[in-house]
Design a protein around this ligand. Structure first.
Ligand code: SF4
Length: 362
């Protein structure tokens, strides 16, 4: 089982953010969240292959709240030496004490750097000073997490290709074995959304630059937005992209039981007051197409064994037929060689269109 815990708190909302979180919540609200989380976790104890704690900003919690969260996970989501336990952290709220605590409980830390350029961070509403960012990275490096990730955003206002290259180099040189690179896509109603002009050409240029630069450091693209040293990909995400079973805890968290996706209500108060999750009951053939499309975001795509591991999957031959049809519609963008269905480097650039065809085409 893969488990996701959503921690719905942030110090303040960033100017582009689409994730659900409450800004500046007080101690009582955090305590109420932890109490309800314990109820949900204790209702059904499951052994986990992966646990991912995201947000929001999990490190917004103070040290004693964070310790409570760690203990809840340890108690109710039993793990073994092979379990991947990941948590997201923001540099501005990370302290030496918190890093030491997280190192005891987690095997992987994901740091929200976004940019090493202080001005670029400020333009998107990230409040961390340069000094604090470098100190936090140093703490994480010295703590010796088996794996850690640096999150970067590109196509930032005022960012040149040279600035993006510098961000990539700094991320690769700071010791992370995993780097996530997302194009800035502000929510329409966010502060940045009103003024942001999307530039597809620039986005493509920066996307390609990321691969060129990181390859030289031995950090390779394994999914459209994710790069890692060999064997250091995020197992939680890989499992979820491949249609693995998922339990979601906390407001806005999604879960999947092999048939149905459940999404907890996107409201802390609603969730605390027992509002039911939204149930997304699309028929199995459509769900399978969705899973098939999502994992085509990965460089390796599908082989028969991976497809057969999907709960209730159909025959591999059906998938090959779909792939062959896609090859006609998208020449040069879909490969079926070597017993594997995957997108070519050019196809990855058009994943959105290909996914739409898989999910909504006939
Ligand atoms: S980007 Fe991260 S820190 Fe900023 S508001 Fe969203 S979840 Fe919070």
């Amino acid at each position: 089982m893969n488990c996701y815990i959503h921690v719905p708190f942030c110090a303040a909302k960033c100017g582009y953010c689409a994730f659900y979180s409450e800004a500046g919540a007080g101690k009582e609200l955090v305590e109420a969240y932890l109490r309800r989380l314990e109820q949900d976790l204790s209702a059904d104890i499951v052994h986990c292959e992966t646990v991912y704690v995201g947000g929001g900003t999990p490190t917004y919690l103070d040290c004693s709240q964070l310790e409570r969260l760690c203990k809840l996970i340890h108690r109710y989501l039993p793990s073994d030496e092979n379990t991947e336990l990941s948590i997201e952290a923001n540099p501005e709220s990370l302290t030496e004490e918190k890093v030491a605590l997280l190192r005891q409980y987690f095997t992987r830390l994901s740091m929200g750097v976004q940019s090493f350029d202080a001005m670029s961070r400020e333009r998107i509403g990230r409040r961390c000073s340069q000094e604090k960012l470098l100190d936090a990275l140093d703490l994480v490096r010295r703590a010796g997490f088996p794996h850690w990730n640096c999150d970067l955003i590109y196509s930032l206002p005022g960012q040149t290709a040279a600035m993006w290259e510098q961000d990539l180099r700094m991320a690769a040189e700071c010791g992370a074995d995993h780097i996530s690179c997302y194009a800035l896509t502000p929510e329409e109603n966010s502060r940045l959304g009103a003024t942001f002009d999307e530039d597809d050409e620039r986005e493509t240029e920066f996307y390609q630059l990321a691969e060129q630069v990181l390859d030289k450091y031995g950090i390779h693209r394994y999914e459209i937005s994710n790069y890692a040293r060999r064997g250091c990909g995020c197992r939680h995400n890989l499992n979820v992209w491949r249609g693995g079973l998922l339990r979601g805890y906390g407001p806005a968290a999604a879960g999947f039981d092999g048939f149905i996706r459940r999404i907890e209500v996107e409201s802390l108060n609603g969730w605390l007051n027992g509002a039911p999750p939204e149930v997304d009951e699309i028929p199995l053939p459509e769900r399978l197409n969705e899973i098939f499309a999502v994992n085509l975001r990965t460089v390796d795509g599908w082989d028969e064994a991976a497809w057969q591991r999907v709960e209730n999957s159909d025959r591999w031959e059906n998938r090959l037929k779909i792939a062959e049809k896609l090859q006609k519609s998208f020449p040069g963008q879909v490969s079926t060689s070597g017993g594997r269905i995957k997108l070519t480097p050019e196809g990855l650039l058009f994943w959105n269109t290909i996914a739409q065809e898989i999910i909504y085409g006939d």
